[in-house]
Design a protein around this ligand. Sequence first.
Ligand code: GN1
Ligand code: MG
Length: 374
Amino acid sequence: MVKIIFFTIISLTEVNKLRIEKAAYAFRMNGTPVSCIVFGHGHINYTLKVTTDTGAEYVLQKINKYVFRDPVRLMANASAVTEFLRKRIDDPRLALHFIPTYQGKFYHRDECGEFWRAYDFVGGFCLDAPETEDDFYQSALAFGRFQQLLSDFPANTLHETIPEFHNTIDRYRQLKESVASDSCGRLSGVQKELAFALEQEELAGTLQRMREAGELPLRVTHNDTKLNNVLLDRTTRKSLCVLDLDTVMPGLSVHDFGDSIRFGAATAAEDEPDTEKMSLDLHLFEVYTRGYLEAATELTPKEVEMLPMGAFVMTMEVGIRFLKDYLDGDLYFKTAYPEHNLVRARTQLKLAADMLTKMEAMEQIVARVAKYVQ
Ligand code: GN1
Ligand code: MG
């Protein structure tokens, strides 16, 4: 018997409701879960908001097993990082707080082998695009703070939950595999996109080569630093915590910086069908650079110098990942319509091309801001 009331925008079967209910009951929540609503719009996990009879609110998530092959290690990373952060902040809303299960773990494994986790819902809101430049500046402070607070966390103790996640050279290898197999017969429709991607292959491998050569330090990185992964306070609009710690791993700060620019300093949405509308907004680039460098004060001069390259590399990388997934038949990213991944790929590649023309301007901005924040 399902006792939770489900307020959802999609229809759920009774069996699924029961599974969600059992998952909610597995966690040590304050009170008994009484209602539930589908929540958020990430491309990967299934997210719900649960309210209990005491009014306490939690986020309950089913972890996508296709993407995250090792949810136990994923949660080990995420909980180690949040516990570390929580000791270093004054306001508890500046870090996620995972709820243990009655078994004392930070995940619940259900009868079907699915993994669930829960954390405090702290209110606030997320944006898919900055409404004001201060929103974007706030997200830069949040990710910069995240980098800074974790600068003495031993990065090598974290598991690599998705191996080679931001290894752009390997992403090209994977793209070429999908091109070779052309499993859905979609290759003929992507020749222009593929040609541009391959033209940029050498340059897009720059940061990975620097990582391998030890020119950029390995840090604890978030690896999915989109604006919509930052929670903003409803009244002050100041940034609270960074969300979505699924990809917290050892990585490069320049990738984190770059992904924020790719997503938030763009003039159009990640999946805007009209590529003409997509370009890099240099003013927003400057706003983010200022916030990020103000908060992340431990970056090396080389890291600072490579920030613009981070923006280009991350945009290329995500572009070729969408392209690969389109060729594979949309196995990885959730899609809303059949050409969705191709539209996303085109728009990302257009943004990367625009960044190339603005590389010098970005470098000048970084040099100017770096001098000013010192
Ligand atoms: C995915 O979690 P979500 O939906 O924000 C992806 C990122 C991509 C992003 C593109 C684990 O992020 O790497 O940059 O989509 N996450 C994973 O929007 O692959
Ligand atoms: Mg994510």
